[in-house]
Design a protein around this ligand. Sequence first.
Ligand SMILES: [Fe+2]
Ligand SMILES: [Fe+2]
Length: 309
Amino acid sequence: MGRFSTKAQYFLDPAGGKLDEQSGKFEIGHTRASKKFLQELQETYIQPVWDVIDKDPILAMLGRRDCTDEQLFKTMGMFWQFERSVGALHGTWLLGYTFGSKGEYQEVEYLEVRQMYDEYKHARMYEDAMLQLGYVDSRKELFTHPWCQFSPEALGLHTFLQRLGTYPIAVRAAGNHLASEAPLVPWFERAGQVIGNPLVAGTFGAQTIEETEHMKIGEYVVLKYAQTSEVQALARWACHMVSTLTMRFLDSFARALEVSEEHLLLPVKNGRVDAPVASANGHSIGPVQVETPTEMVPGFVLPSQIVPD
Ligand SMILES: [Fe+2]
Ligand SMILES: [Fe+2]
């Protein structure tokens, strides 16, 4: 035993040597039939969210008659960032594929490649809507717009999902496809029905079928590959983490939607007014004064000055 070793085996030995009552909670001590296991994940992480989708405050806000352009833009801006980032994380996951001896997992790889196309297309649909509504002049504005950036909570969720790429494929499928995407499938459907602006409503509603497909990828992978108690325990843990991080993200996002434009952009606007006009080496680069010395740093030697001995 190492000096700081414990006897606790979080996933392998729930019956003995636990640090506390919680430490072994993801391991039930035996492997469940994968059909039963899928059912367990659905009942724990998907169905409860589906049951309360209509009570979601963000959905209620989007459906109100007095929903502002600002709130529509913020929502689409955040979803735009999420869709393209989630699409991109599948790219990093693909690096971690190790096929089984009979080619297992290759079909999952193909499903994920198709999913990357879906997610980038979803991001593009928000771009199209935001351009058509005159919210921005160009797509590239979104990449630096303050309302289209991840909050720390959103980054926490996305980073966790990306890091699932180092876990068994059934664990990442449970965490992402089942705990992250599946709960939101009816959300997209409802958004398509309640949002007053038909362009925005259609942008959300049109994603329902493809998000259902992504949920189905999760069901397929868990059914076929979540076949040991260790993998099932890790999958439970991943789902638990994802749903916790998702709640934190949605909470911070809902609060951001209530902050008005003048307060959110005030620091940026104030900063611009205060900054002086700038020039660097004779070129204007905006409202910042820059003086850059062009003399060589003392002691600097050009390659041509090196004399071989
Ligand atoms: Fe999507
Ligand atoms: Fe998706």
